[in-house]
Design a protein around this ligand. Sequence first.
Ligand SMILES: *Cc1c(COP(=O)(O)O)cnc(C)c1O
Length: 431
Amino acid sequence: MLFQSLNNPANCVGLRDAVLNPISTDGGQYMPQRLPLLPRAFFNNLSEMTIREASYIIAMMMVGDEIPPDQLKHIVEDSFNFDIPLKHVHDGIYVLELFHGPTGSFKDIGARFLANILSHFASKKGTIHVLAATSGDSGGAIAAGFADLPGVKTHVLYPSGVLTEQQVSDICRARGTVEAIEVKGTFDDCHALVQAAVSDPELKKKMAVTTANTINIMRLIPQMFYYFYGVGQLLAKQPRDSESPIISVPCGNLGNLTAGVSAYLMGLPVKRFVAACNANDVFSRFIHTGTLSPQTPQRTIAPAMDVGHLSNLKRLEALMDNELDKLQALIEVHNFADSEIASHMIDTYCVHSYLMDPHSATAYAALLNSLRPGETGMFLATAHPSKYAQTVQEITGAHALDLCMVHDRSHHEHVTLPNRYNALKRHLFAR
Ligand SMILES: *Cc1c(COP(=O)(O)O)cnc(C)c1O
């Protein structure tokens, strides 16, 4: 499969280049040049497949020309080594639980798959340095996914004074091949440092440097797989002639939604997507007006969705041929205040005995709003309730201990760097 730059479709590269140099020389992010259409036979058998079987077939169709089948199979099986159950919540509403990975976040899926792909190429190329900026949530997933990966050294950059103690220790815990770097600056500063490094020709001459942020297209590809699996499971529970489902996605930087729309273009039956957002309404205003006005995000109880700049919007637009009315026809956007998210968490827990974290609850709320009589819907649950234990407990009274994942807060080893690219560069040279 070829990947083309969003800034200039003539700039095409293979998988290996797209993964190792995730920003094209023209400054654009990559997208698959052509998404394969999955054959009818695949859909006929989909509801009997495991997540690993379905993912392997799709992965073969997408990147099987660059990674030998046995190795790709290993990559898929290692990345999806946990369940992704589809559960019935009530009436026509189902939930696909994406949070059973090692850090309780759906980001485990993209991080682990990318890590395995990088490691595959590293074995031929010597050490690869991977940089990632995090505002909190993705850091732990990246650290866990990249821990002890042969041939890869990972550097996770995070802003001073923003992360919870838990988030810092999730990053620091994966010592060995993963290094935690506290930057005296904001998340945007961390992001800018990573961007500067991956586009610095002098640095790249000396060492292979790439990023594990969703700038890297291989974070998104594995996220397409679970949409197929989820709809397959749903079809198995529905009468044969039923309509295509509605899928509700909790949205921040739109990576997850971009993966879903890609799956749709590969033939997945979906009636429409619902983009579920908290009080931050950049995407909603974009969909309604066609103009993007980035803003400083406000803090909500679903912080992983507090974004002011939609880093995957260009990809999403490209999928819809850059036509706003196509986006509007496929995607509905719903925003919710914290109080609304909280009341859905309470109701669903009390009435239907289903406990949700605030991000997943936003997707539930949006689906409930969007569903019309007779329609069936599935929302994506992106974090385990225990990942946001304090909020969940305060709102619902459910005990975090019931949801226990064992937390170890003892490791806080990290380096601290000023917010200057030269300092980061010097630090990398010394590695
Ligand atoms: C990152 C994250 C999101 C947002 O995902 P995007 O792909 O950035 O839209 C939603 N929920 C949780 C729990 C997250 O960590």
